[in-house]
Design a protein around this ligand. Structure first.
Ligand code: KG4
Ligand code: ZN
Length: 369
């Protein structure tokens, strides 16, 4: 176990953001200093396809990782010699991207004999409130992005309990697919939100799946199908979509997602309080969908009503970045069994909760996350 200030290089390349960061902190102590956080997005590369194309993503990571690492070192005013260890996302994610990052990290660590730490991308998100706010364990986390949607009870740097999650699509994915169905741009979340501002959320009755179930699981794929049906009906009746139709469809869709997330968060808060018998509980959010104004507002009210503090880290740290990976590396160093020479394997799937059963619809290979 290491208990003095360390400087860590973090590397992230599991989806469509190539990122590198330098973070300084004391293992086991909440609150870190982000000396630099470089993120090279790939939105323009994937926009023509309305979603992330894995092969294009992997190539872009391979082209940019070294540039991002150099920039992160320069912006932090340090050299590789000042770095105590390298932390890299080794899963879950698109395997071509994960491999690019792992190989880059290995090639930096081997000749410099620096410890190399493989990080679960979801742990990076889940531990972000410790980096930004020094939050104490345990706390509740709602991770809601383009690829993930789950409630996690964060008990320690390496102890996570999955309290529920989506059994099919992630909400961000549903936003992106909806935008595509309505001829809007990519990424879909901000586009749908913009349309929804001038829409009537009550015109279309979209389903709120699984709300009658007492658990914290969610489903979003039916919503997208319902929206397609309404769109096709309008097109068949009027030969196309009017501006107001599109706005009303977006508003109804967004409201349905917000209602499901809010209601299931309410349940997760109640269950968290029961399990951990705590009076000063916090629910934190991460992931791109947490940028949505309506969802944020509803979650804030829900937290208030449940006696929870609502914590949303700055948006740049809610979405994919490497500062969270560097920080998760610092947290790993505090573990009594920390092994600086542990073997690192790139993993497309890597559930955060080692004890949870795989989710329904998670495929034959087991839960992605
Ligand atoms: O966390 P993130 O940047 O990347 C990963 O998926 O890991 O999240 C991206 C997702 C996209 O699906 C995007 O459409 C969604 O977050 N998103 C939003 C908003 N901004 C981004 N969804 C709803 N409302 C938004 N304002
Ligand atoms: Zn992510």
């Amino acid at each position: 176990m290491i208990d003095q200030t360390v400087t860590i290089l973090g590397i992230e390349s599991s989806c469509d953001d190539t990122a590198a960061a330098i973070v300084r902190g004391v293992p086991g102590v909440g609150g870190g200093d982000i000396l630099s956080s470089v993120v090279a997005g790939q939105e323009s590369l994937h926009a023509p396809f309305g979603g992330v194309v894995p092969e294009i993503a992997a190539r872009a990571h391979a082209e940019r990782l070294d540039i991002c690492v150099q920039q992160a070192l320069d912006e932090a005013g340090v050299t590789l010699a000042d770095v105590d260890a390298i932390a890299v996302t080794s899963g879950p994610g698109l395997i071509g991207g994960v491999l690019s990052g792992v190989m880059c990290a290995k090639c930096l660590a081997a000749p410099t004999a620096k410890p190399l730490i493989g990080i679960n991308h979801l742990a990076g998100h889940a531990l972000t409130p410790r980096l930004t706010d020094g939050l104490n364990f345990p706390y509740l986390m709602l991770l809601v992005s383009g690829g993930h949607c789950q409630f996690i009870a964060v008990e320690g740097p390496d102890t996570f309990r999955r309290m529920g999650g989506t059994i099919d699509d992630a909400p961000g994915e549903a936003f992106d697919k909806t935008a595509k169905l309505l001829g809007l741009g990519y990424p879909g979340g901000p586009e749908v939100e913009r349309e929804a501002f001038s829409g009537d959320p009550s015109r279309f009755k979209f389903p709120r799946p699984l709300l009658n179930r007492k658990d914290c699981d969610m489903s979003f794929s039916g919503l997208k199908t319902a929206l397609r049906r309404e769109r096709d009906k309008l097109v068949a009746e009027h030969g196309g979509l009017k501006q107001q139709d599109r706005a009303d469809l977006c508003a109804g869709f967004q409201q349905a997602i917000a209602d499901v997330l809010t209601q299931k968060s309410r349940r997760a808060c109640a269950s968290f309080k029961e399990t951990y018998a705590t009076n000063s509980a916090t629910i934190a959010v991460a992931g791109g969908v947490a940028a949505n104004t309506l969802i944020r507002a509803q979650l804030t009210d829900m937290a208030d009503e449940q006696g929870f503090t609502f914590l949303a880290p700055p948006l740049k740290l809610c979405t994919d970045n490497a500062a969270m990976i560097a920080w998760a590396g610092i947290e790993q160093m505090a573990l009594p069994d920390f092994d600086p020479h542990a073997e690192i394997i790139a993993r497309p799937r890597w559930p955060l909760d080692k004890t949870a059963k795989p989710m329904l619809g998670s495929g034959k290979k087991g839960a992605k996350a």
